[in-house]
Unconditional design. Sequence first.
Length: 61
Amino acid sequence: MRERNIKAAPNYTVPALIMAGVNLMWIFVVIWAAFGLGSALILAAALNHAIGRLASHRGAQ
């Protein structure tokens, strides 16, 4: 077998964040269309709260 130079893996953080944002957007649009704006806002507030708790938990470690 020939020895090959192993390169570092590409950083896919930015594309993953963009794709997560796109998915989150269409999910909120579907929830808004199906259940109304209030449901989408409550879900957004709950998600924001969960992200804040996760960030504070990770910062405490």
